[in-house]
Design a protein around this ligand. Structure first.
Ligand code: AHG
Ligand code: MN
Ligand code: MN
Ligand code: MN
Length: 332
């Protein structure tokens, strides 16, 4: 009897990038090179994460980053890997990281045809490392705004301007999820071959699911509408799932539906998550998968005009019907 096959052909992330590039005859290849830098970074960070305890690189380095957080050793390692791989790519003009106060200008000249800016959260959920929990990397790619003179200015574009965004989840598998504005594609790292293999194209999130993901310990300091939604959801028998690493929590919502939120709290009146490194790339992915991503009633995350590269925003994202219901509760 014939051997059953899972899918017609095996496509690596590298081949996928080349296929996309071939559809754009005007493409210079710079963009593809940037994606391949992100792919090799993902493999390198994945290898470090998997060996962290053996290599004795767990714990903090002893100083705070610009976010006021204790930097973990692996935050620094992951950040350096991304700076190094992206730094070598011709097409990258500026990189900005959650871990660096100032953006890094790689190329000043405006001569080349196209220049991109890459923004990233090198290691998301890094406090999970000590307990072998899931962590991730999040990235966002913008075209450099040439009308702006300084680096910060050229990065302050609304999320709707992103040309690509994605994340890498270092979970029980290493998963690379990408959008270039043509839907969402998913790849899994085959540890035997060292290649990301495409496992899903045009991913769509379920229209609804009785599941919410939030740090419920903060509940009493959420604005009332959030508390009303949670009470309602509990009465309906919803499940609660929270890893505490945005990449892992959003990945679950993307595949299974439901709603993820990081509301304003007393401690963090604008929420905790960062617009440029966390909210915008995730919002782009979620919308591309048919979901919604809002910062409040009538406020789509992708339309927020940034004023600071490290600014924070409240985040509500997931299945459209769940996000709508929560927005209704927020507007009273
Ligand atoms: P990071 O490790 O990049 O600083 O991000 C941590 C973020 C995010 O991953 C997660 O959703 C959130 O912090 C969890 O915050 P709480 O511990 O307040 O729930
Ligand atoms: Mn951090
Ligand atoms: Mn993060
Ligand atoms: Mn981080």
């Amino acid at each position: 009897s014939p051997v059953p096959t899972q899918s017609a052909d095996i496509v690596t992330l590298q081949a996928h990038i080349l296929q996309q590039q071939a559809r754009h005859p005007e493409a210079t290849g710079q963009f593809s090179w940037i994606l391949s830098a992100l792919a090799i970074s993902a493999k390198m960070i994945s290898a470090h994460v998997r060996r962290a305890r053996l290599d004795d690189v767990l714990g903090t380095v002893g100083n705070q980053n610009v976010q006021g957080e204790q930097q973990q050793k692996l935050d620094v390692i992951a950040n350096e890997i991304l700076l190094r791989t992206l730094g070598g790519r011709e097409g990258v003009a500026i990189v900005a990281s959650e871990e660096n106060e100032e953006p890094v200008i790689l190329r000043e000249d405006d001569s080349a045809e196209r220049k991109y800016c890459v923004l990233f959260d090198p290691l998301d959920g890094s406090s999970n490392l000590d307990v072998c929990g899931s962590v991730g990397t999040i990235f966002s790619i913008l075209r450099k705004d040439r009308r702006q003179r300084d680096a910060r200015g050229s990065l302050l574009q609304a999320g709707a301007e992103q040309v690509a965004a994605g994340y890498v989840l270092y979970g029980s598998s290493t998963v690379f999820v990408l959008t270039i504005g043509l839907g969402v594609d998913m790849f899994v790292l085959d540890p035997a071959y060292g290649a990301f293999i495409r496992v899903a194209q045009g991913l769509k999130m379920p229209a609804t699911n009785k599941c919410y993901s939030v740090n419920e310990g903060n509940r009493l300091s959420f604005p009332e509408g959030y508390q009303h939604y949670l009470t309602w959801a509990q009465e309906q028998g919803y499940s609660s799932r929270y890893v505490g690493a945005m990449v892992a929590d959003v990945h679950r919502i993307l595949l299974q539906g439901g709603v993820f939120m990081y509301p304003p709290t007393k401690k963090a009146p604008k929420g905790k998550l960062r617009l440029m490194y966390e909210a915008n790339p995730m919002a782009f992915l979620v919308e591309q998968a048919g979901g919604k991503a809002m910062s409040g009633p009538g406020q789509r995350i992708l339309d927020v005009q940034p004023t600071d590269i490290h600014q924070r925003v409240p985040v509500v994202l997931g299945s459209a019907s769940e996000v709508d219901r929560l927005m209704e509760k927020l507007s009273g």
